[in-house]
Design a protein around this ligand. Sequence first.
Ligand code: S3P
Length: 190
Amino acid sequence: MQQPASVPNNLVLIGFMGCGKSTIGRELRRLLGYPLVDMDAVIEERAGKPITRIFAEDGEETFRDMESRLLVELAGAAENGRIIATGGGVVERPENRACLQRLGYVVWLSAPPAVIVQRTRNNQERPLLHTGDPASRITHLLARREPWYRESAHLMVDTAGLDSRELASGILESARYFFADPAHSRCKQP
Ligand code: S3P
């Protein structure tokens, strides 16, 4: 059996598109003063083009490869004290799921499908929703990914009812509790 390792002092936000990872990430940055690493933004910067063009010109697998590489980089980085907002599909690959809890305290932001449909309706920046029937794409992807979000997270937060300020302070309180308790602030290496 491998030795348990302490969890770095990062806050990691996972969850489906439209569940508020970037918004709550910004709110946590405001409250904590930690830098925010928005993985989608880093990937776009490295590729020199938006995600829609990465998908269209290079394919989803290329995007996923970039995402996995970035995750490994973040998990291996010496820096602590960051907020990491992942893309909604980060849980698609088992090696990514195995990496998440080594990054820090993992918070799953969730919302019911109807809320996600509403929130993502006017946004054209998500190639997976460029379909004639985004609602059924959302239902299908969500059903597949929910068990993966659940197994990857330390905490699940329903974002449907509260505003981002309230959500961020709840998350902070729970993260403080987690990091203060040595029994909690350890996890098994995969
Ligand atoms: C994706 C979610 C997007 C982005 C890409 C793929 C997904 O991020 O990474 O379009 O597979 O769910 P957001 O969850 O920030 O929209």
